[in-house]
Design a protein around this ligand. Sequence first.
Ligand code: GLN
Length: 492
Amino acid sequence: MTDLTNLGVAAIRDGFRAGDFTAREVATAFNDAVAGAKALNTFIVETPDHALAAADQADKDRAAGTLKPLSGVPIGMKDLFCTKGVQTTAASHILEGFIPQYESTVSSNLWAAGAGMLGKLNMDQFAMGSSNETSAFGNVISPWRAKGSNRDLVPGGSSGGTSSAIAARLCPAATGTDTGGSIRQPAAFTGISGIKPTYGRCSRWGVIAFASSLDQAGPMAHDVRDCAIMLESMASFDPKDSTSLNLPVPNWEAALSSDLRGKRVGIPKEYRMDGMDPEIEALWQQGIAWMKDAGAEIVDVSLPHTKYALPAYYIIAPAECSSNLARYDGVRYGLRDLPDGAGLQDMYAATRAAGFGDEVKRRILIGTYVLSAGFYDAYFTQAAKVRTLIAQDFEKAFASCDLLLAPTTPTAAFSPGEQSDNPIAMYLNDVFSVPASLAGLPAMSVPGGVNKDGLPLGLQIIGKALDEQSVLNAGLAIEQRAGFTARAEKWW
Ligand code: GLN
């Protein structure tokens, strides 16, 4: 039999329906892969029994003719999603041992669609980071290596367990979350696809909060079709999330088309940065040629406030995180550090000092500062205004085009330790991804090619609010032309 772990979501779904293999065979193949590739440190908790139980149910459903959209498909779940009865930590020591009593809406949608869970995926702590070096459960390693090199590489972040596990074929697809780039940047670093839908498409209920006005769940998978299939099951209106969009979920997969005739693709000139890596620039030009070849018209557009996006994000996201993370105080969840004879304040301080990692503390300190009475107007109010200007830039650009094309990241994957002592260098990883997050727009990364070292590079497509379909279709047009066949080596 072919190696089932080489298959993506559509191939598993369709092969299972056609009777080529059982769901149990699929789940077993992926469970074995997960168990064998521990060196990558992609999973915090493995849940082989969950995957097998869903598979057995799928096999029964197939016999009974009651198949669901994801019957037979095992997936990974980023550890930011609360899963009932299964430890959920956001990769933080402060939540170690926390077993939710409830299921997040996104994960429960996926289980209702028939998917099974292979485990909880490692990530940057509280989704803060771009390299998966801030997890309390250790770094995640990418399965990729530069040509002729044995050095470890980062899988991107914060959804780095997700990207590494998919690239290493430990799961055919998995959930990610994107606050400022955490789906797109790790997808780009590992040669896979990922889409952040319009803010509000996927419920935030049961997703551990980082920056609530930015956080958005989305799928990561081998290709565009698999992302469309996953997103259809993940998205829903949820009355439990006040920012959830009360709109029907489109049938994105059925409407996939790489024919871009009649579409105008904007090239934002401000994304052409001084000192840009020539390989990234060449990839972008190649992407433009592919868009034309697919029938699109190319137009130059301007997003004049782009250079303020990163500074505004690094005020808004920490501000919201400092407020969201105030709940971890040793009283209700996870860790409690209660030194002998300590009072309540001492317990708060000791618990938070012991429970949060350095990057999380840095964000809480920055966030508390920019929200403080003396500085609120100087920082938070200004950043909020900049955010509006950035959203308006996109609105104006979309008057003359339907989509935007840009690189996903300024560089290919780097090695652990290369940027971790320089937070500003690390923050620059998100320079191309943060603007769409601030504006709440759908955005996707698809593999465009490899650099001279054989490492993946991603192209990013940004769409109008609610127009995931055009984003996916443009992604498909790139995918078909890029012919991206490079694979990371197997680790088990
Ligand atoms: N890397 C960015 C940060 O550290 C984005 C993270 C994310 O999207 N969750 O904030």
